[in-house]
Design a protein around this ligand. Structure first.
Ligand code: FES
Ligand SMILES: [Fe+2]
Length: 416
């Protein structure tokens, strides 16, 4: 990100805090609760957003070296993603060309993927390398029986896969001007450090909605995230169907004492990218949480969230061997402002960060989502209201609807 953009975001947040105002979309909308419950809509979403749309599966750090692989089973097509012997990112249908068994499970590193059923073996570039007892089985043209390859692209440290072998990935238009900015953070240098899965009783869009406003920070998260971030202030910018959503952290106040040349976004804010349709990516200094939300394959009222964590190597080393001057944040003191106020030498206990982040989402945000889902399913609550201070909710619900050819959200008159 250009430094002048970092400065302008920080200044915008400072002025909102000083003036007691928030971002203002100037309009409220009604969102019908049926969008969270309708099985037909859920099926259309799965098709349009998860089968016919590129999927961000991970950051580059999930495939650190040639032979590294991950499997992904969240959007209806079993995917095997690899880094081949040349270091190139590739993706395949995780299905053997003999009779369709899975050739890889979980994550790890292999030179060959050997199907457990009859041991056909594939290279990391998908080529079929060997067929046991070919003289019994029959001669197979190996050159055209490699794993079915899917479109895949690695850009700016992000790994994209299209779940349809005939699909196209066009990141220039999809990221709508955000790709250079994303690349500037060097997310690709970070090391994958774990993953959390939350299966929730809430529609995948309700899961996404919890990342759509700062109005709840000083209320729902008063004792958790609200201790370290200001609420009711937001620097917000749209990039096509995506947006950048920057929250003021309480450390923003310390920047007021520094010359602008020294201001860094990560020192005074909690920034987030929303990447259409189902990604929230939040980052700090050497830390990324990649949050991916998926609809349940059958039930609109359920979803699965995966949170993948990535850290810069020096933070991993420091967390493993903190020196005497390092204040280590633990699960117990994460929200203790005295620790945070100490400023720059603070490092994170990695497990504490992930534990706290996961439990805030699961026990606070998704609990609200579960209640919202129950209300929607009762059929007695016709619509939800998106306020003027919730522009991200306007934005993605408008785009979800637009992408499916649905009528626009209905504006709601404000009563003065
Ligand atoms: S199904 Fe894979 S070797 Fe037979
Ligand atoms: Fe929240």
């Amino acid at each position: 990100m250009k430094h002048e953009v970092e400065v302008s975001i920080i200044k915008e947040l400072m002025s909102q805090l000083d003036e007691g105002r928030n971002v203002d979309a100037g309009v409220m909308y009604r969102n019908p609760t049926t969008v969270y419950t309708c099985p037909d809509l859920a099926e259309r979403e799965r098709q349009a957003f998860f089968r016919d749309h590129p999927q961000l599966i991970a950051l580059s750090g999930s495939l650190p070296e040639p032979g590294s692989y991950v499997t992904v089973d969240d959007f209806g097509v079993p995917v095997l993603a690899t880094r081949d012997s040349e270091g190139r990112f590739r993706a395949f249908v995780n299905a053997c060309r003999h009779r369709g068994a899975r050739v890889a499970e979980g994550t790890g590193k292999h030179k060959r993927f050997v199907c457990p059923f009859h041991n056909w073996a594939y290279a990391t570039d998908g080529t079929l390398k060997s067929v046991p007892l070919e003289d019994h089985f029959g001669k197979i043209d190996k050159s055209c029986h490699g794993l079915v390859e899917l479109p895949a692209e690695e850009r700016g440290g992000l790994l994209w896969v299209h779940p349809n072998k005939d699909g196209a990935i066009d990141l220039d238009s999809q990221l709508a001007g955000l790709d250079d900015e994303i690349a500037s953070w060097n997310f690709g240098e970070l090391v994958h450090q774990g993953e959390t899965v939350i299966e929730g009783d809430l529609n995948w869009k309700l899961a996404n909605d919890t990342f759509g406003e700062t109005y709840h920070f000083q209320r729902l998260h008063r004792q958790t995230l609200g201790m370290i971030n200001y609420g009711d202030a937001l620097a917000y910018e749209e990039f096509g169907r995506n947006h950048r959503f920057v929250i003021a952290s309480k450390r923003i106040d310390a920047l007021r004492e520094l010359p602008e040349e020294q201001w860094r976004l990560v020192d005074g804010t909690t920034p987030l990218y929303y990447l259409f349709p189902n990604i929230q990516l939040t980052w700090g200094d050497g830390v990324v949480s990649l949050i991916k939300m998926y609809p349940h394959p059958k039930e609109p009222g359920k979803s699965l969230t995966r949170i993948l964590y990535y850290f810069r190597q020096d933070l991993i080393d420091l967390a493993a061997n903190p020196d005497a001057s390092t204040k280590v944040i633990t699960a117990e003191n994460t929200y203790d402002e005295r620790v945070l106020d100490d400023g720059n030498d603070v490092t994170l206990s990695l497990s504490a960060l992930t534990e706290v982040f996961d439990s805030t989402i699961e026990q606070e945000d998704y609990l609200m989502g579960k209640h919202q889902q129950a209300a929607a399913e009762s059929g007695e609550l016709e619509y939800l209201i998106f306020g003027r201070n919730e522009p991200a909710l306007h934005h993605y619900h408008s785009h979800f609807r637009d992408a499916l050819g649905m009528p626009s959200l209905e504006k709601m008159e404000s009563v003065e």
